[in-house]
Write a protein that binds this ligand. Sequence first.
Ligand code: ADP
Ligand code: MG
Length: 240
Amino acid sequence: MIKVEHLYKQFGHNEVLKDISTHVDKGEVVAVIGPSGSGKSTFLRCLNFLEEPTKGRIWIDGEEITDKKINIMKVRSEIGMVFQHFYLFPHKTVLENLTYAPMKVKKMKRQDAEAKARELLAKVGLTEKEGAYPNNLSGGQKQRVAIARALAMEPKLMLFDEPTSALDPEMVKEVLNVMKDLAQTGMTMMIVTHEMGFAREVADRIIFIDGGKILEEGTPEAFFSHPKTTRAQDFLDKVL
Ligand code: ADP
Ligand code: MG
């Protein structure tokens, strides 16, 4: 579903990603962890071209998105992204937040878009909030709406960038549970997270990034129980 070959990203003289290569299979759940400033967000943003790689090649579902000829808007519409901050449309209701892009970008009929939206709201446990405005929701509810909104576009894969980092502690679990359910449906997911318990339980694979490089890549069991590098060990000592 994702293939990355020798990806580099520079901001001015700051080389943020240094020769990242990896791949993610269809249905795989990969957790990306590492210290702050190590390039995790930049990496995720390169995968849907919110950042343009300086060098290297990326394929999404067999299509090379680093090919100059590609229609990047189309590729992006097939990738769901959920950020730390929710970026919901404040003047639209929850239901309208979910139907907007499918109607506008995918030219779905309102009736179909609404049916799909209601199905997704049920999945994230927010059926009764369809008429509410984002400002009247809790942080956890907003993030569940953001996830449902991304899913409304029927993406091939979902990217999450610290989806629970801005939430009050008591709301973290409801969002992680929605993500866990989603993982069980076979969605391909790449998740930047500091929730180590979640990563260990839900991820098929852990990628540990430090200083713009993948230092370790393996099963949660291997990574958490037997980290190979001292940098990963130090990181785990600090966060666990
Ligand atoms: P992480 O998500 O792991 O905390 P980031 O990918 O956000 O790390 O940032 C990695 C480095 O890239 C940091 O030094 C940051 O300042 C720099 N950076 C990120 N985005 C930009 C940008 N748009 N312009 C300039 N520098 C950036
Ligand atoms: Mg980040």
